[in-house]
Unconditional design. Structure first.
Lengths: 363, 503, 503, 363
């Protein structure tokens, strides 16, 4: 274990302190007979910048003031304060919750949100103000991804404190939920991490014993990686020093799944440490489609428009991104990871994977 | 070898009666009613007489088969027709008093003659005309039309004493038709006519004896149109030739000043210099080529815009009154634009807007269109007003959404309405006309928007305080809970809030 | 006091020139060309002369401002106009040879006169008419129209020796117009005219000197229409009165037999008994009420359908030839239906279908519409043919999909084409007409379907064998593998497959 | 363990025998110089019937003959045979695969499918002919659901044979994949099974220790339950005798998720033992929306149309289905499972669940 994180208990205390600070600040203003206001970084697109050093999007210096004196501000102002008090209770009592739960729970306090989009946005406000991620508040997404490989973790969730699990215990893969996200790493025998977009390939890799043959941990994101999974990837890279290889479908959407893991998303520009700058996208590349003569489909109009957007995105300014975008435009075709099955089910593991592992320093 | 023959105008229209709207029994009875009502209104309007019109349609006992036969009777209190003109005015096509440069309702100048002609060819009935100009006698004619020769045949003529000095015209005749199918359009036509002629009393008795009364309001009548001279921009070679032929002017300068509006001494000389004509030349001495050159020069020279005294708009008060009378809206406003011109023809746009009350929400703006005080009921979507109201105006800017009960009224007056097709049911999108309508509708929309804003303001003030009263206590509660303190007193803030909002 | 006046028919059309299509400079030049070409074709068709038409439009050097002026010249080899009829035929509105019960192209019977009138009022030019009936002399007239009195003014008259016995008519005059904008429609009009008049030679030289030639095929001309008597179903009170006025028949029975088609001795007596009239009565002795009763009875009685000899359809061979000539399709078929009737008017529907070759795929069926040998170019979607082709026919039943290059041609001939509006650009969906078109299109669609089926068959046979050759070996391989056996010999099956498919 | 299944090895042999029988039948016809044909039950709607006794949809007696002599049959005929030989190899070598993989693998044999819908349909053909489910051929769906609770399983997949796992080992839940589906049940301390539609509620139940407090296994289906999960539910009910309570969202779609678990789907009328007739749908009922005053949304047009379809479905002929459909029509509103959060996060476990457990015989 290279750089152990702060212990679960310390982190909990830090979160509670941050929330208390927000409440005190407003309380003090009321006592001074001021209409309370709160300052938060602006999340408008004009204040989002790509930081080449951090290799992720970050917020600029612009701030907005939300004031209870303003008739249009007072409602979101109150809502954010309610969310703060709601999650404070969650964290204090070691419970978790979901975005959807927050939406419904508001009704008990006559704080009804119009829809879940509104409550999600208020939670993001609280993230901006506090600098903490919603997972720190024990608010987790519903989507689940999974991990497999020779890593032993130690749980910190109530009832399981101190218990350990080796992530090869269940050959269908181990779900990445709140318990795993909050676990400590105890012992790792793998020396690399392979991130897969698709569940089908994940099963194939386990069946083909990739974890043993290549000493790898394997994660499947099931599409766009949930934020808690992105945090986990970063921790595995940072704390355990595992190089990361990402394999996605060969189309603009798969390419962007890899990019979000590497450089983060604009939506989360107000947060740090969600991305893994050192991770490497290994394919399916457009050039793979040519080199391996993969069965492919034509890019749709939607695909091409997306590709055009990516081309103008600063994160895509370097290789291999530029080359692959150019190649996609040239061949105007895309291929899925399963397309390798045309050469037999094990081809992808026997032939393709070893080639790609060279990108992160060989097998 | 081809045999050549001549046919009369009456024969032409008999063969092509579609042109005047007599396409089938349904359309025919609608067109007949329209033509007669419009003739009657013109006979009053032009002399500032408050119209009182009585229209009755009765079904003549069924003939057993084929379309039904109806008896139509209309009575007005207009200027009346001089006895010697009655036979030709009602029994000869292309004879009338409307071939002039002023605004009237008639579309082709065929007046009610097509109705009588249609009645004659479907039922062979004679037309009864009773009229007086208010002098000592009332004259009664029974007429039929000699279609092949376009001449009236007088079957009977009578004179009656006019003790009460009654003035007006009565027309009665029979025709085939299908009133049952025509009914919705007929009633809509009368209702919209009542909007655009709010000073008129119109009484209608339908074939089942139902009485419809559209009462006129007590009000001054609009100024009638006066006949005017030509504007030089609206003249072609043929017109110029006619004027030259009939003029008594001895010089071109004199000729221009006498027969055209907007041409005085200075303009006449300036124009003739521009056109390279000697002002002293005798107009009758111009060669055909010179007449063409003169006509072209007239189109190119920059004259003052045409005089609009030949037009008779309704005026803002009357238009508002008409809308109020028939729709009883919560809000109404009307606007009469200043005269404008296209291709040498003067025109005036009037626009009204109505909201709420009797105006129904229709999923969009309800549009009423009028031309020279005639309602236009067909082909709405091809009309320039439809384009303006539905495509060119962003109603959200005026706080109007499609679910609101809003109606727009567009009235265009001109000596020549720019209809888009022969059917004369919708107006072409000439840029000059479109611009006038657009500006006018924008202005009344602005007024409606102002009304809606005021209505909203009081409502909003009340809601504001509610918001503070709802949220400030919660802010106090949650922040205290987070800070681990007692809930603070927010009454001072609430007091300040009410003051802020009152300001 | 109103002042009444009479205006002439020419004056009426001058004021309402929109009716004849002279709405603006673009439309005017298109309408002028149309009217002149159609007049020329009629002058040939009616006498079974193979038309040779030469049309030239030249731009007169620009006047500097305003619309352009064009000189139009048209020459035909038709029957010619007798010298004494020339002035009125070209200089008087509502004078002509087409006011008869037979099929001609003219729409309002205004012929080319509106073109000359428009030329006169825009350029004051005189019209030059040169014509000969093939006799010893050629006559030349220079005319202008006295619009106010609807009379021709002869400016010059000349006679020339006709050594070659030339026969035909030449018209030349100037008018304002916008040919550049009108061009696409003009060329489309000429192309479609060439389809529906495949025997005509038409040469056109446009203002930039480009030559368009539409060569006529060598073929018999269609039978010209003959003038017929009225059919009793197509008569109204006015027509009946005219016939009574002019007849020399002394009894009703005689009157009916002499002036109506489809009425012989027996029918006359049967009808008069039905109508309750004494056959021996003098028609001139009928009262107006009796005339009305007679007219109504005529509508109700069951006469034989009208005689169609007054119609002149193109015929299947010529229609096919016309389509082939202008579009050169891979497949073409035409069908002329038997005469039918609506409201007492006879009509004939002809339909063609073309596939591939010069026919372009257009995302649907390309529709060409003709009425009395005139192409209809405007308002396609309102036409009954459009409804039939796009809504009533399920083209999938005929193996036709929207991406295929298919064109349908519909030609309707009648003494009275049932146009839907005054514009005369599209045909109303009268049930009788719709049924005829539907049946005709179905029949030619069936023929196309048959052609497509045959074409497909050979192709399909070839593909079938390919399929067996591809799959049978695989079936052998996979089943052997599953069963754990050697791959069996499938050649016997392949041989049987080829025999099955050859059968 | 009440009624142990046939051992994994025996099942594998049975599958291989079935496939061999299909191949031999066709092979024999070719040897007899006949155009081979194959008989299969018709799956057209007119041949699908609801069997009240089995409480599931079943196929009737109609059969279709697919013949290699028919030009329109020969392609699907060959395709099915190829799929048979492909899965035979899968089963023999203990590998798994997905529907997507099958689609791509065909290309190596010049057996290209037009699209995946075509290859899926051919696989269903093979199910009909053989009477086996595609999971028996080792073809698994991608969707994953999860299970949690005090059940110990023994793996049968290669490399894990004989290893056991207790399903409380991972507090995020244990993924239901091929390994778990093929596992044997060793020991179970739970006495009931609760099936949940939503992942969020699953986490809530684990956090609230429902597995201990109510001695329950908990499964989350993540929407419509995958067929392998439905098989698992049936096995838990049949082999271990656990009563089953299903909790879904309170709308026609949630109702139908429960119904498919209980009575199967028309699409799978050619298969047996995918359904669990004794399972009980416990809510969210339309009457719950009224009784608990749940926050609710209006039923959309789509919802109402769906409800109308269900009303005419024979499976919905009894209570509580009829009553709930009637009530939905009356109140025209729907509610999600999370809606109980308005009474606090634990209300659903503390108050609602015990009530509903009475439906399967109390807690």
């Amino acid at each position: 274990m290279k750089r152990p994180r702060a212990s679960a208990k310390d982190r909990k205390e830090a979160v509670l302190r941050a929330l208390r600070r927000i409440g005190s600040d407003i309380y003090d203003q009321i006592i001074r007979r001021e209409f309370p206001k709160i300052k938060m970084p602006s999340r408008s697109t004009s204040n989002i910048f790509y930081d080449k050093e951090l290799r992720q999007y970050v917020l600029g210096d612009k701030h907005i003031i939300r004031s209870a004196k303003n008739i249009r501000h007072i409602r979101p102002f109150t809502q954010m304060l309610w969310v703060a008090s709601f999650v404070e209770e969650l964290v204090r009592s070691n419970k978790t919750s979901t975005l959807r739960d927050v939406f419904y729970s508001a009704q008990a306090y006559e704080m009804d949100f119009v829809d879940q989009a509104e409550s999600d946005s208020i939670i993001t406000d609280l993230e901006s103000v506090s600098g903490l991620a919603r997972e720190d508040f024990n608010v987790f997404p519903e989507e689940r991804s999974a991990i497999f490989g020779d890593l032993t973790i130690e749980y910190t969730v109530p009832g399981y404190e101190g218990r350990t699990l080796n992530l090869t215990s269940h050959p269908d893969g181990v779900m990445i939920g709140p318990a795993l996200t909050n676990a400590e790493f105890v012992e790792c025998k793998a020396d690399k991490l392979i991130v897969l977009e698709k569940g089908a390939l994940f099963t194939r890799f386990i069946e083909e014993r990739v974890h043993e043959r290549f000493k790898a941990l394997i994660i499947q994101t099931a599409g766009q990686a949930p934020r808690s999974t992105r945090t986990l990837i970063r921790r595995l890279n940072e704390e355990l020093g595992l190089p990361v290889l990402i394999l996605t479908d060969g189309d603009p959407w798969g390419m962007h799944i890899a990019m979000v893991i590497i450089s983060g998303s604009a939506n989360a520009a107000h947060l740090r440490k969600l991305n893994t700058p050192n991770a490497v996208w290994g394919g399916v590349w457009a050039t793979d489609i040519i080199d391996y003569k993969l069965p492919s489909d034509p890019l749709t109009d939607l695909d091409l428009r997306r590709l055009d957007e990516l081309q103008r995105d600063p994160r895509y300014g370097e290789e291999p991104w530029r080359r692959e975008i150019r190649t996609f435009f040239k061949i105007k075709r895309k291929a899925e990871q399963e397309a390798f099955s045309r050469y037999g089910l094990t081809y992808i593991v026997d032939e393709y994977l070893p080639k790609k592992l060279e990108l992160i320093g060989g097998r | 070898m081809e045999v050549f023959e001549e046919i009369s105008p009456a024969d032409f229209f008999y063969r092509n009666r579609d042109i005047a709207g007599f396409t089938n029994p349904t359309r025919a009875i609608y067109s007949a009613i329209r033509e007669l009502v419009e003739n009657s209104l013109d006979a009053c309007d032009l002399y500032r007489i408050k119209p009182e019109i009585y229209l009755r349609i009765s079904q003549i006992s069924s003939r057993g088969e084929g379309p039904e036969v109806y008896r139509i009777r209309i009575r007005d209190n207009g200027i009346g027709v001089p006895p010697e003109a009655i036979p030709s005015a009602f029994g000869q096509v292309l004879y009338g008093s409307k071939y002039k440069l002023r605004q009237t309702r008639g579309t082709f100048g065929l007046g009610g003659k097509m109705a009588l002609l249609y009645g004659q060819i479907t039922t062979h009935s004679e037309a009864v005309i009773i009229s007086s100009t208010g002098a000592k006698k009332i004259y009664e004619y029974h007429l039929r039309i000699d279609i092949q020769n376009n001449r009236p045949i007088v079957l009977k003529r009578a004179e009656h004493e006019n003790a009460d000095r009654w003035r007006g015209t009565i027309i009665e005749f029979s025709m085939e038709g299908d009133y049952t199918r025509a009914m919705p359009k007929v009633l809509e036509y009368l209702k919209q006519t009542a909007i655009v002629t709010p000073y008129a009393d119109i009484t209608f008795v339908d074939p089942r004896g139902r009485l419809y009364r559209f009462s006129g309001i007590d009000s001054a009548m609009p100024k009638p149109p006066t006949e005017t001279l030509y504007h030089p921009h609206g003249v072609d070679v043929e017109t110029l030739n006619r004027l030259i032929k009939s003029t008594r002017a001895r010089t071109l300068e004199e000729f221009l000043k006498r027969h055209f509006q907007r041409i005085g001494d200075r303009t006449a000389r300036a124009f003739l210099e521009y056109a390279k004509f000697n002002p002293k030349r005798d107009p009758k001495g111009l060669s055909p080529e010179e007449v063409v050159a003169l006509a072209n020069a007239m189109k190119g020279f920059d004259f003052l815009p045409p005089d609009a005294s030949c037009l008779s708009p309704l005026g803002e008060e009357l238009l508002e009154a008409g809308i109020r009378k028939e729709l009883n809206p919560e809000f109404v406003s009307a606007l009469t634009r200043r005269p404008s011109t296209y291709s040498g023809y003067p025109f005036i746009v009037e626009v009204g807007i109505a909201y709420g009350g009797g105006v129904q929400a229709s999923g969009g703006i309800t549009l009423y269109r009028f031309a020279n005080k005639i309602p236009l009921l067909f082909d709405e979507a091809s009309d320039v007003s439809w384009k303006v109201v539905n495509n060119l105006i962003d109603w959200r800017r005026y706080k109007v959404s499609p679910d609101m009960p809003v109606a727009v009224f567009v009235h265009i007056c001109s000596t020549k309405i720019p209809y888009k097709t022969v059917g004369k049911e919708f107006i072409a999108d000439r840029p000059e006309v479109e611009r006038e309508i657009l500006n006018a509708v924008r202005e009344v929309a602005r007024r409606l928007s102002l009304y809606l804003s005021k209505k909203e303001y009081a409502e909003r003030e009340r809601r504001k305080l509610d918001v503070f009263q709802k949220y400030l206590p919660k802010i106090a509660e949650f922040s205290a809970k987070l800070a681990g303190k007692e809930v603070p007193d927010i009454r001072p803030l609430l007091r300040r809030a009410s003051r802020i909002e009152a300001a």
